[in-house]
Write a protein that binds this ligand. Structure first.
Ligand SMILES: [Zn+2]
Length: 305
């Protein structure tokens, strides 16, 4: 877990243009800057050496997910897997008629991989958190690569049919290198799918500093649909679909999120969600602020990186 003594920070140049952004994006958000090129990112940010401490067990059981991490990721397993089943099914229908190898980057406890395996896929995963790697090994018998994606060796280059990054790239210290790595590991014609908070979305614009996408320390990059797609294409991918990603949520989770924007209504719903009759309710919810991008590695390698 992070303690104040471990909060060592560093200044970084813009990922997209190389200049150093210093202009504050919002006066209420110290540490979030906007570069002249438009990219919004955290500067200064925690040093990479803090990563293991940040993504500890406490991160996945924080009980205050509006500030950091997840309330209790493992107890949400059923809903997380239901969401992943829906996403993979839709990818299969349109782009992946044959099952093959999938690599999930930033796969947490491996719920996506467990789902994919039950749907007939061969699976691999990358995860920084020791806690999650131990969980995936114990519960699913899946051996994850316990480290940063950029450090995964390239012995399986050109093997994967699908690479996924669900709510990962905003946490990455090296999104550009990660996209290059995904490109390298995919087969020609392979699919890369990712989802990340969109700072250009309507909810981000309306709720400003209260937008749930802002997370101190853990979110390092705030992409827009436009600059994310431009980066993907610069690295050689062809963007084939953009939309917004929803997920299955409990009434309790929905109420807590709503309370962040509309405290009075949210608090009433939080009370209701504790009633036995309502506690089991879940539904598919799309807040239209998580951009979902599907892109393809060209069948013939025409990368111009
Ligand atoms: Zn820039």
């Amino acid at each position: 877990m992070l303690t104040q003594t471990k909060l060592t920070k560093e200044f970084v140049d813009c990922l997209l243009c190389g200049k150093q952004g210093t202009r504050r994006f919002n006066s209420q958000l110290p540490g979030v800057v906007q570069c002249d090129c438009g990219l919004v990112y955290t500067n200064p940010r925690l040093k990479e050496e803090c990563l293991k401490d940040l993504y500890s067990r406490e991160y996945f059981e924080s009980h205050s997910s509006e500030e950091m991490g997840y309330d209790n990721y493992v107890s949400d397993r059923e809903l997380v897997e239901k969401t992943f089943h829906r996403r993979l099914e839709s990818l299969e229908k349109r782009w992946l008629p044959k099952k093959g190898w999938v690599l999930d980057v930033g796969c947490a406890t491996g719920f996506f991989l467990c789902t994919a395996r039950s749907m007939g896929w061969s699976v691999g995963g990358v995860e920084i958190s020791d806690y999650c790697c131990e969980y995936a090994k114990r519960e699913f018998g899946i051996n994850l690569f316990n480290g940063q994606f950029k450090d995964l060796d390239s012995s399986r280059a050109g093997v994967y049919d699908l690479v996924t990054m669900w709510d990962y790239i905003e946490h990455s210290f090296t999104p550009g290198r990660d996209i290059e790595k995904a490109f390298e590991l995919l087969k020609p014609g392979g699919i890369f799918a990712l989802a990340t908070p969109d700072i250009g979305s309507l909810p981000a614009k309306i709720f400003k500093q209260n937008w749930v996408g802002f997370k101190e320390h853990e979110h390092l990059y705030y992409f827009t649909k436009q600059n994310l797609c431009a980066l993907l294409e610069k690295k050689g991918f062809k963007v084939v679909k953009t939309s917004y990603a929803g997920k299955y949520v409990s009434l309790g989770f929905f109420a807590k999120r709503l309370a962040g924007y509309f405290p009075w209504i949210g608090k009433v719903l939080i009370q209701m969600s504790n009633w036995p009759l309502f506690s089991k309710i879940n539904f598919y919810c799309n807040p239209y602020d998580i951009v979902y991008v599907v892109c393809q590695k060209p069948a013939a390698d025409t990368s111009h990186r």
